[in-house]
Design a protein around this ligand. Sequence first.
Ligand code: SF4
Ligand code: SF4
Length: 128
Amino acid sequence: MTTNRSCGPCTLCCAIFGVPEIAKEVYQPCVHCTERGCSIHATRPPSCRNFECFWLMDDNFPDDLRPDLCGVVVSWNEDHDSVVLHLDPDRPDALAESPGADWLPVLLQVYDPVFVVCGEDKMMIRRE
Ligand code: SF4
Ligand code: SF4
C-alpha cells in the first residue's frame, strides 16, 4: 500500500528493533537517531529501509496513532497472519491510555489473536 505518509520525527521502531547491519541491539539506542529522525535516512541499512509499521502503511489510521505519539509500533508477525504491538519501553501503559488504547479494538476486528510485546514481557490478546 502506498501512502503520503512519512515517519517525520518518529524514530520509535529505531529504539525497539535490532539492526544487524550496524550491530544495533534490540532496545538499544541507535547512534544515527536524532530528534528530527534518522541522520542517515538516504543511506540507512536495508533492515531499516524495508520496515514499515502499520501507521506508516495505511493513512486510514489517525495521525495521533503515529508511534512516537501513542507509544505503540504495530507491525506484522513473522508469518504475516497476525500483528504485534510493540510498546515503547518507556511507556509500558501505552495501551491503557489514549490514543494508544485505540489500536486494540481496531486490530481485533481483523486479527485474532494479536500479540503485545514490551521488553521481555509478551502477551497474547484474544477477541472476546
Ligand atoms: S515506527 Fe513507523 S512511523 Fe515510526 S519511524 Fe518506524 S516506520 Fe516510521
Ligand atoms: S539507522 Fe536510522 S532508521 Fe536505522 S535504526 Fe538507526 S536511526 Fe533508525
